[in-house]
Design a protein around this ligand. Structure first.
Ligand code: SF4
Length: 478
C-alpha cells in the first residue's frame, strides 16, 4: 500500500514574520509514531511542509494528515485535493479533536485524541474493507508501542534531529491549554516504561536530545528513574517543565546530572488574578526568582514563556515582563498573545460571555488578538507584544542579561545562545536554504557544554574573545 503522511505548514509559514529556523528546529514525531503501525511492505512518504516543498502530484492509496489550528484550512485543501484523486484521506490531531464536525467533510475518516490505540484499529479495518467514519481514542498507554519510524524523518533538514517524547499530556489543567480537550475520554497524563524510554534514547545518534514532552518532570517517579538511567550516557538535552516542579525535591538536580542544559518554563504571568483565571494553580504563590536561581546554579539556561492579554494585564505588563526577564537573566523568552483555542475552557468561557471576535482559525497564531480584551485595547496588546520581543532581544538587553550571571562561562553561554538564536537570521536562512542546518549541531552542543560552577573565570577578555570566536564561526558558515 502507498501511504502519504503530511504535516502541512502552519499559516505563519507564509507570514512576513515567519522565522524559518523556528520551524526547522526539530522534527515533529506524531506521524512517524503512527507510521510504526504500518507494514514493512508499505511504501511510505512522510512530508513536513515546514522544511520541504509538498509533492502533490503522486497517487497514494492512503493519505494521513496532521491538523493544527493554523494549518487547518491548508490541511483541508490538501485533503480535498487527494480525495478528488481517489485516495482515502484521514485527518487527526489537535484541531480535529477540538472540532471534529468541521473536519469531517474533508475526510473519509477522522481521529480524535492520541492515535496509539485507534490508528492500528483503523488500519486493520481499512485493510479488511470496512473502515469507520470516526475513531475516538480511549485506551491510553505507551506500553509495547513500536519504535518510531525515524528512518522516514529527513534528519538533515533540522537543526536538532533527535527530538524525543517519553510521556503524553500533563498533570495540570490550565484553562488556555489544549491538553484537556485533546485527552478527553481517558487518562490525560501517562508515561512510557523507563526501560523503553532509555532504549529509545540509546538508539539516537550523537549527543543532543530535544524532549518534546509538555512536562518532562511531571511524574517524579518516572523522571527520577529516567535521569538515573541517563547518567553516564553522555547526553545533553533540552526540555520543558513547570515552576513548581523546579522548586520541589531534587528532581531538577537529577535532570542536570543527566545532561539537562536548557529548560522551557511556563511562567506565563506574574498576576495572581491572571493565574486564577488560567487555572494555573501550580504557579500560584511560587517564587519565580527562586526557581530561576536554582536552574542557574545548576548551569541550566531558561526559555521563559509569557502570555499577554489575560484580564488583569494593563499597559505596563510588557515592560514589567521584559525587565524581569533581563534582571533574572532569562536566556530566551517566548511571548504569546492570549489565544482561546476552540474547545478549551478559556474559549468556552469567552464564547459564553460573547467575547470571541472571530473564528478565522488562521488568526489564532498567538500573535493576533481574536477576543474582546479587558485591561488594554487590542491595539495596545498587539503593539506591546511586538515591543516586548524587540526590547528583550535588543543587543543591550542580551548583554545585560548575560552579565547577570556570576561566572564568565555562564555569561558567554547566555550571550552566544540568545544572540545566536535571534540575531543571525540571514545565517540561519542561508543554512536552511543550502540544507546545511544540521552541520551546526556540534556548535550547539558546544554551547550546551556543562558549566563548572565552582570555576569562576574572572578574566573579562576571555569572555569577549570567545564571543567573537563564535560570531566568526557563524558568519564563516554563511
Ligand atoms: S502546565 Fe503546560 S502543558 Fe500542562 S496544562 Fe498547563 S499549559 Fe498545558
Amino acid at each position: 500500500m502507498k501511504v502519504k503522511m503530511i504535516l502541512p505548514a502552519l499559516t505563519e509559514a507564509e507570514s512576513p514574520f515567519w522565522r524559518p529556523i523556528k520551524y526547522s528546529l526539530f522534527p515533529p514525531l506524531g506521524l512517524a509514531t503512527l507510521a510504526a503501525y504500518l507494514l514493512p511492505g508499505d511504501e511510505i512518504d512522510l512530508q513536513d511542509q515546514h522544511v520541504e516543498k509538498l509533492k502533490l502530484d503522486d497517487d497514494p492509496d492512503l493519505v494521513v494528515i496532521q491538523v493544527y489550528i493554523t494549518n487547518a484550512y491548508r490541511a483541508y485543501a490538501i485533503a480535498d485535493h487527494y480525495r478528488a484523486k481517489g485516495a482515502y484521506v484521514i485527518l487527526g490531531g489537535l484541531h480535529v479533536t477540538s472540532l471534529p464536525f468541521e473536519a469531517m467533510p474533508h475526510a473519509d475518516t477522522i481521529f480524535t485524541g492520541p492515535g496509539e490505540d485507534t490508528f492500528p484499529k483503523f488500519l486493520s479495518d481499512f485493510r479488511n474493507g470496512h473502515p469507520q467514519k470516526m475513531y475516538r481514542s480511549s485506551i491510553r498507554t505507551l506500553e509495547k508501542i513500536p519504535p518510531i519510524r525515524r528512518d522516514l524523518i529527513k534528519r538533515s533538514l533540522y537543526l536538532v534531529p533527535n527530538s524525543i517524547v517519553v510521556t503524553r499530556g500533563c498533570p495540570h489543567h490550565c484553562s488556555f491549554c489544549y491538553k484537556d480537550a485533546f485527552f478527553e475520554g481517558g487518562k490525560t497524563f501517562y508515561t512510557q516504561q523507563v526501560d523503553d524510554a532509555l532504549a529509545e534514547i540509546d538508539r539516537l545518534p550523537g549527543r543532543h536530545l530535544y524532549f518534546l514532552d509538555d512536562h518532562l518532570l511531571g511524574n517524579a517517579t518516572f523522571a527520577t528513574s529516567l535521569f538515573d538511567g541517563m547518567k553516564g550516557m553522555n547526553r545533553v538535552f533540552q526540555g520543558a517543565a513547570t515552576v513548581d516542579s523546579i522548586l520541589r525535591g531534587n528532581l531538577v538536580e537529577k535532570a542536570a546530572e543527566a545532561g539537562l542544559r536548557s529548560l522551557f518554563v511556563g511562567f506565563e504571568t506574574f498576576s495572581p488574578q491572571n493565574l486564577k483565571q488560567s487555572n494555573k494553580k501550580q504557579n500560584l504563590e511560587k517564587d519565580y526568582s527562586k526557581a530561576v536561581n536554582r536552574l542557574h546554579d545548576l548551569g541550566v539556561m531558561i526559555n521563559g514563556s509569557f502570555v499577554f492579554g489575560l484580564d488583569d494585564d494593563d499597559k505596563d505588563v510588557f515592560k514589567r515582563t521584559v525587565d524581569w526577564g533581563v534582571q533574572n537573566a532569562i536566556t530566551t523568552s517566548t511571548y504569546h498573545v492570549l489565544t482561546p483555542y476552540p474547545s478549551t475552557e478559556l474559549f468556552n468561557n469567552m464564547e459564553s460571555q460573547g467575547r470571541i471576535l472571530t473564528k478565522n482559525w488562521d488568526l489564532y497564531d498567538t500573535r493576533k488578538v481574536v477576543y474582546k480584551t479587558i485591561g488594554l485595547t487590542a491595539r495596545e496588546l498587539e503593539d506591546g507584544y511586538w515591543w516586548a520581543y524587540k526590547e528583550f532581544y535588543s543587543w543591550s538587553n542580551i548583554f545585560n542579561g548575560s552579565m547577570r550571571h556570576p561566572s564568565n562561562a555562564h555569561k558567554l553561554k547566555h550571550f552566544c545562545y540568545a544572540g545566536g538564536w535571534k540575531k543571525f537570521e540571514p545565517v540561519w536562512n542561508f543554512l536552511i536554504k543550502t540544507k546545511n542546518l544540521n552541520e551546526t549541531l556540534p556548535l550547539l552542543e558546544g554551547v550546551l557544554t556543562k558549566i563548572n560552577q565552582k570555576r569562576k573565570d574572572q578574566n573579562p577578555d576571555l569572555f569577549n574573545l570567545q564571543k567573537s570566536a563564535l560570531q566568526n564561526q557563524l558568519y564563516e558558515k554563511a
